[in-house]
Design a protein around this ligand. Structure first.
Ligand code: ATP
Ligand code: PRP
Length: 219
């Protein structure tokens, strides 16, 4: 039986990878303003390949951290990924032509108020291991980095780490757990990322979409 979801190369049109949750929620209105509307409701559908009102454009729903991987390997032509994910991603071969100014937040060092950051062998729990190592090395602080996959705020409370490096938006999660931001690492928003080969092979189509999205971001 013919596969109903050809891979990105066979598909010929454009394939955009993005993650469920915040990014999808913020990206859908932006895509709509750029003329792209999914045919199924992504919050209800269990489908991971969504067709859109544009017959040559489809959306893939993947884990946030997997977006750059799909795009680098050409399984998707384009992706929408947080700057936090891109800073942590170790591959290369991706263009980042447009800041979409959605899912905005900050990457911070957080801990109990007053925790000194200069103490020898500071223990830092985070999902962003590479970014955290780079940040503390640039500050001249020796840090032991412990990888966690979520609920980072628990680590200082349970004595697993002195501080965490995590995303903050409203600050509600930090406050609810008696923590505070201690240092700013980076401002975060979502980026459009593009596969380098696709940018050459599908140049006109991708440029048109970037232009429409850039207008949607401005308006
Ligand atoms: P997964 O659950 O699939 O491992 P995730 O928990 O990182 O991924 P989301 O919480 O939806 O997925 O976050 C996706 C992206 O949204 C992040 O990479 C970041 O760029 C942005 N983001 C995360 N938390 C916030 C927040 N509190 N406010 C605004 N943007 C956020
Ligand atoms: C993210 C982040 C913080 C929280 C910050 O978690 O890891 O915990 O949002 O947002 P706030 O400052 O508005 O409270 P998320 O809700 O994505 O849960 P996660 O632990 O699954 O990543």
């Amino acid at each position: 039986m013919k596969d109903s979801s050809p891979n990105a190369e066979e598909h010929g049109g454009l394939t955009i990878a993005l993650s469920k949750g915040r990014i999808l929620q913020d990206a859908l209105p932006l895509l709509a303003r750029a003329g792209v509307r999914p045919m199924q409701d992504p919050s209800r559908s269990r489908k991971l390949v969504l067709t859109t009102n544009q017959p040559d454009l489809r959306l893939l729903v993947v884990r946030a951290q997997d977006v750059p991987t799909y795009v680098e390997y050409g399984a998707a032509d384009i992706g929408i990924a947080g700057k936090d994910v891109m800073m942590e991603y170790r591959g290369d071969g991706l263009y980042e032509p447009l800041d979409l100014n959605i899912a905005c937040c900050r990457l911070v060092v957080a801990g109990r108020p007053g925790t000194p950051l200069g103490s020898p062998r500071l223990r830092v729990a985070t999902k962003y291991v590479h970014t955290t190592r780079r940040y503390f090395a640039a500050q001249g602080i020796q840090a032991e980095v412990i990888k966690l996959y979520g609920s980072m705020e628990l680590a200082p409370l349970m004595g697993l780490a002195d501080v965490i490096v995590d995303l903050v938006d409203t600050g509600n999660t930090l406050r609810a757990n008696g923590l505070a931001a201690l240092a700013h690492v980076a401002d975060i928003s979502s980026q459009l990322v593009v596969n380098k080969a696709a940018m050459k092979m599908k140049h006109a189509r991708i440029k048109r979409l970037i232009a429409k999205l850039a207008r949607a971001v401005r308006d």
